[in-house]
Design a protein. Structure first.
Length: 464
C-alpha cells in the first residue's frame, strides 16, 4: 500500500523544524507484516527513517540547487535496517547481540533487566551481586530471586553496572526523570551563536554531505547508527575510541559502514593535542557517551562553538542530560524496561516483552542524523553554530503516547532480502541496506567497515 506523509512523519518533521510543504516529497510503501507489536513500532520506524531521508533530500537541494528529490520509504527496507545488528552475518556467522547475563530476571517482587555485553559491565554486575567473576546465569538467578527489583537497580548502578527494574508506563511517568523529559521536545535543536556560514568541500551528485567532516564519539547503538547514516550520505566520518575500550567487533562491523576508525587516548597529552587538531577542522561532532563524560575535554556547546565557530554539535543520551538519571548509562533494552515499553509488550503470562527491533536506538539514531542534516541546512542558509540533542527515553515517551494495538500472535524474523554482501577485514559481510532512498541518492555505503583503530587519527586525504 502506498501513502504519503503519515501523522508520525509529520510529527517527526515538525520536531526537526522542517518545512511542512516538503512532506509531499515522501512516498511510503506500507507492509503491515513487519515489526509487529502492541505499540506502533512500524510507524515510528518509518517516520524516523522518512524524516532523515527528507532532511538529506532537502540538503541536496540546498547544496546543488534544483528541487528537493523525491524520497521513498519502504516498510520492509526500514524493518531490515532497524534490525541491522540481527541481520549481520560475518562469513555466515550470526553475531551474539546479547551476552548470557544481558536478560530479564525474576526478583523477589517483580522483574529486572541487566546489560552485561561489555566485560567491564559484566564484572561490575557480578560484584554488585556479591558473586565472583566466573559466576553464570544460574548463580545470578538465585541471588536475584531473593532481592527486590528497585534495590537491585540501585546497587548495580552504584557499582557502575547496568540493571533496571521493570515499571509500568504510569509508574515511570510519575517519577522525576519522566518529568524532566516531559519538558523537552522530541528533538532539541537550536542556534548557539552568530558564526558565519561555513563553506564545505565540493558537493557530489546526490551526496549532501560530500566534503563534510564528522567526528564520531559515539557508542552503542543510536549514535553509531546516526554517524553510519551520515557516512552513507557522503560525509568523511572518523570514529574515535579510547585504546582501552575498543568497540565490540560485531558491533563495529554493523555500525562502521562507510566510516574510518582511530584510537586516541584523550587522557594523554599527545592524544588530546591530536584530538584538538581534529576538532579544529571538523564540521560536525557527534557524541554518545553519557552526559558529563566528555565535558572535561572541552566538549560543551558553548566551549566548542567559541573555539570552532559554525560547528554542529549533536548529542544523544539514554535518559536526558539532567534530572536524577541524567548521569546514568543506558541502552535501548534498559530504556524499554524503565519507561514501561517492556510492560506494555508483556506476553499473556505476564513476562515482560521487548520491541521487535531496538527501535529506540535506531529511531533516535535516524532522528539524530536528521537533526544534523537540518542543522547543516540552516547553517548553510544563515550561519551559526548549532546544537542538536536527543534521548532514547524521550523517543520512548513519543512511542508510548501513540495508539496501541493487540498483542501480535508471533514476531516474524526481519526481512533479509533487503541485505547485500561485500568483503571486509573480518571476511565476507552480509548487512542490511539503507533504511531510506531518494532520487539520485546512494543505494549503499562507499566503503566497508574496518576494525577499531584501523586508521590513523586524521581526515581522509583529498577531503578539503
Amino acid at each position: 500500500m502506498h501513502s504519503h506523509a503519515s501523522p508520525g512523519l509529520a510529527s517527526a518533521w515538525a520536531a526537526l523544524s522542517g518545512d511542512p510543504a516538503l512532506l509531499a516529497r515522501v512516498t511510503r510503501h506500507q507492509d503491515t507484516a513487519v515489526l509487529p507489536a502492541r505499540l506502533p513500532v512500524r510507524d515510528l520506524a518509518a517516520a524516523c527513517a522518512g524524516a532523515c531521508g527528507l532532511a538529506a533530500a532537502e540538503l541536496v537541494s540546498v547544496r546543488e540547487g534544483g528541487p528537493v528529490p523525491e524520497v521513498r520509504i519502504d516498510d520492509r527496507a526500514v524493518a531490515a535496517a532497524f534490525a541491522s545488528e540481527r541481520l549481520l552475518r560475518v562469513d555466515g556467522r550470526a553475531p551474539e547481540n546479547f551476552a548470557p547475563l544481558s536478560r530479564f530476571w525474576r526478583t523477589a517482587d517483580g522483574w529486572v533487566r541487566t546489560h552485561a555485553n561489555y566485560p567491564h559491565h559484566r564484572e561490575r554486575l557480578l560484584s554488585a551481586l556479591g558473586l565472583d567473576a566466573g559466576a553464570g546465569p544460574e548463580e545470578v538467578a538465585a541471588v536475584l530471586r531473593r532481592r527486590a527489583a528497585r534495590e537491585t537497580e540501585e546497587a548495580v548502578y552504584a557499582a557502575g553496572g547496568l540493571a533496571v527494574a521493570l515499571r509500568a508506563p504510569e509508574e515511570w511517568r510519575a517519577g522525576p526523570q519522566a518529568k524532566v523529559l516531559e519538558a523537552l521536545p522530541l528533538v532539541s535543536a537550536g542556534r548557539i551563536d552568530d558564526a558565519p556560514v561555513r563553506v564545505f568541500g565540493e558537493p557530489a551528485d546526490g551526496l549532501p554531505l560530500a566534503g563534510v567532516r564528522v567526528l564520531d564519539l559515539t557508542r552503542v547503538l543510536a549514535g553509531p547508527v546516526a554517524t553510519r547514516t551520515l557516512a552513507l550520505l557522503g560525509a568523511d566520518v572518523l570514529r574515535i575510541d579510547p585504546p582501552g575500550l575498543p568497540e565490540l567487533a560485531d558491533q563495529q562491523a554493523d555500525t562502521g559502514l562507510g566510516k574510518r576508525s582511530a584510537l586516541l587516548d584523550l587522557a594523554d597529552c599527545a592524544g588530546l593535542r591530536r584530538f584538538e587538531e581534529l576538532l579544529a577542522t571538523a564540521d560536525v561532532v557527534v557524541t554518545g557517551y553519557r552526559p558529563g563524560a566528555l565535558e572535561r575535554f572541552g566538549l560543551t556547546p558553548d566551549g566548542l562553538a567559541a573555539r570552532h565557530p559554525g560547528v554542529v554539535l549533536a548529542q544523544v543520551s539514554a535518559w536526558g542530560r539532567s534530572g536524577p538519571w541524567g548521569q546514568r548509562r543506558g541502552f535501548d533494552s534498559l530504556v524499554q524496561v524503565a519507561t514501561g515499553v517492556a510492560a506494555v509488550e508483556a506476553n499473556r503470562e505476564g513476562r515482560p516483552g521487548a520491541l521487535p527491533a531496538q527501535a529506540l536506538d535506531h529511531g533516535t539514531g535516524y532522528l539524530l542524523a536528521a537533526g544534523v542534516l537540518r542543522a547543516l541546512t540552516e547553517q548553510t542558509r544563515t550561519g551559526g553554530s548549532r546544537l542538536v540533542r536527543l534521548a532514547l527515553a524521550r523517543t520512548a515517551a513519543w512511542l508510548l503516547d501513540s495508539p496501541r494495538g493487540p498483542l501480535p500472535e508471533s514476531v516474524p524474523p526481519p526481512p533479509d532480502e533487503r541485505t547485500t554482501a561485500r568483503d571486509s577485514a573480518w571476511g565476507r559481510l552480509r548487512y542490511a541496506l539503507p533504511a531510506f532512498s531518494y532520487e539520485g541518492g546512494p543505494a549503499d555505503w562507499a566503503r566497508a567497515p574496518v576494525p577499531s583503530g584501523a586508521d590513523g587519527a586524521e581526515w581522509a586525504a583529498g577531503v578539503r
